[in-house]
Design a protein around this ligand. Structure first.
Ligand code: ARG
Length: 300
């Protein structure tokens, strides 16, 4: 019997992996009351006009994109007086039937947390109350068998203890250093449990080293990608929904075997948010994934 085995040539590039989409559950909140009335990040300028109708159109198109890709989008009711509530990713961090609730840094967003808690509880999810400040999936990324946790601007370093008490997964803290990239999801996207894309200058040198060691094959975003919040992207394991202006990143994810799905979220960018910010994922834990080794030192 002849068995065809691809020749193993030392130093040859690995074949591009087959990327497989899995159906996802997302929570979104219509930008009915979207506005830029205050500045809590460097992208926000309350003196500049916001076109709310346009924001709603862009959001509807994003929601339709997810549904076309086969994902389920559930809706959280918007609340008058909470102009940033469209950024649903900030309301909690959810894996399986357990969530860590948010505890916003700025009082102007504080009332979003109980709205998320009530919605999640009604959906049958056990919501744990945080001790430290955290803004949900804005700073926390579920990467299969570990949680990446951004700090520096919004989530407090002590939020790590809340994560560890809530989820049975190792937490890798990452320090953000550039105010333009104030949440982890503005500078790093998890494309599948083994693959991330990120913008190294957004991280401290120590955190850049951690990322380089954990993800030697990561997709490195350009400054131009990062400047349009292209990394604020949502992946289902195959399709990567991202800002249409992030052209280099779209090309890079395609080279890695993913399928870029560009969308226009330019109106939401006026509040410092993009695709990922509007999307809270109810992560379904899947079969254990074996990560590359991480030393105790990196975790500390
Ligand atoms: N204006 C919001 C804020 O500064 C934007 C939040 C964006 N969300 C995110 N997950 N990055 O809080």
């Amino acid at each position: 019997m002849t068995v065809n085995v691809a020749p193993q040539v030392t130093g040859a590039p690995a074949a591009t992996p087959q990327r497989v989409a899995t159906p996802r559950d997302y929570v979104m909140c219509r930008p009915t009351y979207f506005d830029v009335q205050y500045a809590i990040n460097v992208w926000m300028d309350p003196t500049q006009p916001v076109d709310r109708d346009r924001a709603i159109e862009q959001w509807e198109a994003l929601r339709a994109t997810y549904e076309r890709l086969g994902h389920r989008v559930r809706l959280l009711d918007p609340v008058p007086g909470l102009p940033d509530m469209v950024f649903a990713a900030n309301g909690a961090f959810v894996v399986g039937d357990t969530a860590l609730g948010a505890n916003f840094r700025q009082p102007v967003r504080a009332a979003e947390a109980p709205a998320h808690r009530d919605w999640l509880t009604a959906a049958g999810i056990d919501v744990r109350l945080p001790q430290a400040i955290n803004e949900g999936e804005g700073d926390f990324a579920w990467a299969g068998s570990r949680i990446l946790a951004g700090t520096g601007f919004r989530a407090d370093p002590a939020a790590r203890a809340d994560l560890e008490a809530t989820f049975d997964l190792p937490v890798v803290p990452l320090e953000l250093v550039d105010p333009r990239f104030y949440h982890l999801d503005t500078a790093l996207a998890v494309l599948d449990p083994a693959t991330i894309a990120y913008y190294p200058p957004a991280f401290s040198p120590a955190s850049q080293n951690v990322l380089a060691e954990l993800y030697p094959d990561a997709i490195i975003a350009t400054k131009a990608d990062a400047d349009v919040l292209g990394l604020n992207a949502v992946s289902d394991g195959r399709h990567v929904v991202l800002a249409e202006q992030a052209e280099h990143l779209a090309a890079a994810v395609a080279v890695a075997g993913f399928e870029p799905v560009p969308v226009d979220v330019s109106e939401l960018l006026k509040a410092g948010g993009g695709v990922k910010c509007t999307t809270l994922e109810l992560h379904r834990p899947h079969a254990p994934f074996t990560p590359s080794p991480i030393t105790a030192e990196e975790c500390s």
